[in-house]
Design a protein around this ligand. Structure first.
Ligand code: GLN
Length: 534
C-alpha cells in the first residue's frame, strides 16, 4: 500500500454529543475490513489534557490502554473490539498533544522569525498526525473520528484541518456527518431542522458532508430522507438511518443493510471490491441476542453510577458470555455500599464476583469485604489490578493474620505493606503517563489455573498501575495457599495469583479486558463466566 493511495474518511457529529460516532466509525471500519481492506481508526479529541490518563472516570469514562502504552479515549476500545487489530499511540490525538508539539518546536527555534498561529501551524500539526498513520504504509483506509460536536469552539481547528485535507487530497477524502433526528411526541413527528442547522454549521466552516447518518428512534420515511437530502446537498441514498438497536454489535449489520460501505466505496472510487464476509459476525450477534443461559455476576467498583467507567469490562463479558452461549447480567455494586451494615445482601443473587481496577482509598474496605466474601463462600472471583491487590490485602489480614496489612497507596504507614510502590516509581513526581503502562510479558506457571486458562507458557497483557505485590511476603502467601501463577520473567513482579482449594479464584495485576474482542473473547473472562455458570 503506497501512502499516496490511502483513503481518508472523517466522521463528524452534530446536534448533540453521545450519538455514537465511535460505534459508527468502528462499524464502517469492520465492514470495509470484511471486504478485505486494511483499516484503522483514529480519534481526535478537542480537549487540552495531553491524554485522558489523569482524568477522573466521571469526566471521561474509562481510560483505555493500548499495547504500546498510550492512555487513550474509550472509543479506541471499540475500535479494537470491532476490528481485532491493536491500535497505538498514533490513534488518539488530543489538542494538548498538538499544542505541546508546536510549542516545543517554537522553543527549539524551529519557527524562528515567524509568528506561530492556529493556521497554519496548529492545523499543519493536526494534518501531520492524521497522515502519520498512512506513513506506516499498511492501511488502505484511515477513518478519523473528530470528537465533540460541530459548532464547538474547541473543534474548529480540526474541522479546518479536515477542510484543508479535502482540498489537498480531493477524492481520497470523504466526510460522514452523524446527527440526531428527534421525535416530538406532541407533534407526532420526526424533526429534521436540527440536522439542517448542523449541516449549515459545517458548511460555514467550509465542509460539505458526503454522507449523513441520522440517529433516530423511529423509522426514517422516504419523505424525510428526501427532505434532508434536498436541504443538505446529498443524494437521497446518502441519507442513512441509524435506529437504536439492542446491542452495539448489531450496528455494522444495520449499516450494511443501509449500504453505507457501498456508498463509501463508490465515493472514494475504490475498484474491484469483493462482498463482505459477515457470517462470523452474524453468528456472534445471534448468540448475544439469543442466549441459552443467564448468569448474574457482580462488578464491584466505585464509579458504578457511570457505566462507561467500566466499558471494556462490560464488553469483555458480552464476548465471554456469547462464547459460553450465555448472557452475563452484570450487577453493578458500589464498593462504598459494601462498607455498610448488611452488605452481604448484595451478593445473595450473584454467581461470580469481579473487583474492578481503581485508584485511591474511597470504597477500598468494601472491595476487601467483597474479596473475603468470594473466598469464604467459594464464589468464582476475578480481581483486576486494584481488584487483585484487594484480594491480596484481604488474604494477608484474614488468612496470614497480618492485622494491619494494606497497600501503601491507601496507608503509607502500614506495618505490612503487602502491596507497595514499585521501585522505579519512587522517584516519579509527574502524574501524567508515568505509570507502568502497556504490554508486558508474563510467564505462566505450569500446572496452575492460569495455564489451564491460557494454554500458553508466555503471554502478554496490558498494564496500568504504580503498585505491585511485595515479594518480601511471598513465602508466607505460598505457604498459606495463595500462590503466584503468572510472573514477569524480567522483573520478577507477580502478575497473577490464584487461591488454592477454591472453585475459581484469580487476581491479575494486568488488565485482560483491554484485549477482549468479538473474534477473540479473552480466555480469563471466558473461563470466569464458565466457572460462574457451573
Ligand atoms: N491504584 C493501583 C495502582 O496504581 C491499581 C491501579 C489499577 O487498578 N489500574 O497500582
Amino acid at each position: 500500500m503506497s501512502t499516496d493511495k490511502t483513503k481518508y474518511i472523517f466522521v463528524t457529529g452534530g446536534v448533540t454529543s453521545s450519538l455514537g460516532k465511535g460505534i459508527i466509525s468502528a462499524s464502517l471500519a469492520m465492514l470495509l475490513q470484511a471486504r478485505g481492506f486494511s483499516v484503522t481508526i483514529q480519534k481526535l479529541d478537542p480537549y487540552i489534557n495531553v491524554d485522558p490518563g489523569t482524568l477522573n472516570p466521571y469526566e471521561h469514562g474509562e481510560c483505555y490502554v493500548t499495547a504500546d502504552g498510550a492512555e487513550t479515549d474509550l472509543d479506541l476500545g471499540h475500535y479494537e473490539r470491532f476490528l481485532d487489530v491493536p491500535t497505538s499511540q498514533g490513534n488518539n490525538v488530543t489538542t494538548g498533544q498538538v499544542y505541546q508539539t508546536v510549542i516545543n518546536k517554537e522553543r527549539r527555534g524551529d519557527y524562528l522569525g515567524k509568528t506561530v498561529q492556529v493556521i497554519p501551524h496548529i492545523t499543519d500539526e493536526i494534518k501531520r498526525r492524521i497522515q502519520y498513520l498512512a506513513s506506516k504504509g499498511i492501511y488502505d483506509v484511515i477513518i478519523t473520528e473528530i470528537g465533540g460536536t460541530v459548532g464547538d469552539i474547541e473543534s474548529l481547528p480540526y474541522i479546518e484541518s479536515l477542510r484543508q485535507l479535502k482540498w489537498e487530497l480531493g477524492s481520497r477524502v470523504m466526510v460522514i456527518h452523524l446527527t440526531l433526528v428527534p421525535y416530538l411526541s406532541a407533534a407526532g413527528e420526526l424533526k429534521t431542522k436540527p440536522t439542517q442547522h448542523s449541516v449549515k454549521m459545517l458548511l460555514e466552516e467550509g465542509v460539505q458532508p458526503d454522507v449523513l447518518i441520522l440517529r433516530t428512534e423511529r423509522e426514517l420515511t422516504k419523505d424525510i430522507r428526501k427532505k434532508v437530502a434536498l436541504f443538505c446537498n446529498v443524494r437521497e441514498q446518502e441519507v442513512i438511518e441509524s435506529r437504536d438497536v439492542s446491542t452495539i454489535y448489531e450496528v455494522p449489520l444495520k449499516m450494511y443493510e443501509e449500504k453505507l460501505d457501498q456508498i463509501v466505496i463508490d465515493k472514494l472510487r475504490i475498484k474491484n471490491v469483493k462482498e463482505p464476509t459477515l457470517e462470523p459476525w452474524k453468528l456472534f450477534v445471534n448468540k448475544v441476542k439469543n442466549p441459552d443461559a443467564f448468569v448474574r455476576i457482580a462488578l464491584v467498583g466505585k464509579y458504578v453510577e457511570l457505566k462507561d467507567s467500566y466499558k471494556s469490562i462490560s464488553e469483555a463479558f458480552v464476548h465471554a458470555g456469547a462464547s459460553n452461549n450465555a448472557r452475563v447480567d452484570l450487577k453493578f455494586v458500589h464498593s462504598e455500599d459494601l462498607e455498610k451494615e448488611g452488605w452481604e445482601e448484595y451478593f445473595a443473587d450473584v454467581k461470580g464476583i469481579l473487583i474492578a481496577p481503581g485508584f485511591g482509598s474511597r470504597g477500598i474496605e468494601g472491595k476487601i469485604n467483597a474479596a473475603q466474601y468470594a473466598r469464604e463462600n467459594n464464589i468464582p472471583f476475578l480481581g483486576i489490578c486494584l481488584g487483585m491487590q484487594c484480594a491480596v490485602i484481604e488474604y494477608a489480614r484474614n488468612v496470614l493474620g497480618l492485622k494491619d496489612a494494606d497497600s501503601s497507596e491507601m496507608n503509607p504507614k502500614t506495618k505490612f505493606p503487602v502491596i507497595d510502590l514499585m521501585e522505579h516509581q519512587k522517584s516519579v513526581t509527574n502524574k501524567g503517563g508515568t505509570m507502568r503502562l502497556g504490554e508486558y510479558k508474563c510467564e505462566v506457571v505450569e500446572g496452575s489455573l492460569m495455564s489451564e486458562v491460557y494454554g500458553e507458557k508466555f503471554i502478554k497483557e496490558r498494564h496500568r498501575h504504580r503498585y505491585e505485590f511485595n515479594n518480601e511476603y511471598m513465602d508466607e502467601f505460598v505457604a498459606n495457599g495463595m500462590v503466584p501463577i503468572g510472573v514477569n520473567p524480567d522483573s520478577n513482579l507477580v502478575e497473577a495469583f490464584e487461591v488454592k482449594n477454591h472453585k475459581w479464584f484469580i487476581g491479575v495485576q494486568f488488565h485482560p479486558e483491554y484485549r477482549s474482542t468479538v473474534m477473540h473473547p479473552h480466555p480469563l473472562f471466558v473461563h470466569f463466566v464458565k466457572a460462574s455458570l457451573k
